[in-house]
Ligand binder design. Structure first.
Ligand SMILES: Nc1ncnc2c1ncn2[C@@H]1O[C@H](COP(=O)(O)OS(=O)(=O)O)[C@@H](OP(=O)(O)O)[C@H]1O
Length: 285
């Protein structure tokens, strides 16, 4: 059991960062990164489909050639820009990136419509459950007392990258400032082929049917789960409760939320997201 430590997170411009991973210096510097038109940024609140999209953009970029996804770790192929040290400025084009940053902390030049942003959102109840297991599983996070304690922290925006509600709403509200595409985890679950085609079209790429089938096969949960270059099995763990690729389903929240917790969450969701025009999918169809 880990103790609650006051300096586990630090705040940078109203956003929480894990002190053992991130630095203010790097966060300051990355806002000034020079962006190229060919840069791609996959943006997510944690546990919304980051690693899945890392795999998809890698394979679209390689025209379906599996060599890279079978030989290079995902975080090397498609690094998180906020994790120091970063060699962002030295990498050859096209640079594929992921980030959990809120919209106001990303490189400023992205708002001049340089580069492309793919925003992936997931229904927040499943995000909470995925994140809960992730915090219990990985060595570098603080565990919560129980699910209810974790739920409270999530709602309060007290975890890393702060509020889910703000993250999704603000990115979406500011979408016109970026070359922006929005997609959901549930849409990808429902029709991965159509989702990949939508991403191809946004990235200006074309895959013939054979290549599309290869990409599809290499992006399924079962294939990724056993691919050591995609499943993050090397990240230090504190327990065997879960895995980075844990379940990969829609609606696992139902086995974690009590009816009262679910109703409480729905009320808060409706209040905080009342002006948000898009809906979420909460159940497997
Ligand atoms: N291919 C594929 N298909 C379906 N689901 C997938 C896939 N790859 C990753 N996942 C699921 O995504 C969850 C992890 O989210 P992230 O990758 O955003 O995590 S992180 O923020 O990078 O830590 C985590 O969700 P849970 O299983 O619900 O915990 C992963 O299992």
């Amino acid at each position: 059991i880990m103790a609650q430590t006051e300096d586990f997170y630090f705040q940078y411009k109203k956003c929480n960062f894990v002190s053992s991973i991130y630095t203010r210096e790097h966060l300051e510097q990355l806002e000034l990164f020079e962006i190229r038109d060919s840069d791609v940024f996959v943006v997510t609140y944690p546990k919304s489909g980051t690693v899945w999209m890392q795999q998809i953009v890698s394979l679209i970029n390689s025209d379906g050639d599996p060599t890279e996804v079978q030989n290079t770790q995902a975080h090397k192929r498609v690094p998180w820009i906020e994790v120091p040290p970063s060699n962002f400025q030295l990498r050859p084009s096209p640079r594929l990136n992921v980030t959990h940053l809120p919209y106001h902390l990303v490189p400023k030049e992205l708002k001049e419509k340089k580069g492309k942003v793919i925003y992936v959102a997931r229904n927040p109840k499943d995000v909470i459950v995925s994140s809960y297991h992730f915090h219990n599983h990985l060595a570098f996070y603080e565990s919560s007392k129980d699910f209810s304690d974790f739920l409270e922290k999530f709602i309060d925006g007290a975890l890393e990258f702060s509020s889910w509600f703000d993250h999704v709403r603000e990115w979406y509200n500011h979408r016109d400032e970026f070359n922006f595409m929005y997609i959901t985890y549930e849409e990808m679950k429902k029709d991965l082929r159509a989702s990949i085609l939508k991403i191809c079209s946004f990235l200006g790429k074309h895959l013939d049917n054979e290549k599309l089938n290869t990409v599809l096969e290499l992006c399924t949960f079962n294939t990724m789960k056993v691919n050591p270059m995609a499943n993050y099995e090397k990240v230090p763990k504190k327990s065997n409760d879960g895995a980075f690729l844990r379940k990969g389903t829609i609606g696992d929240w139902k086995t974690h939320f009590t009816v009262a917790q679910s109703e409480m969450f729905d009320r808060i969701f409706q209040e905080k997201m009342k002006d948000f025009p898009l809906s979420f999918v909460w159940d497997q169809e």
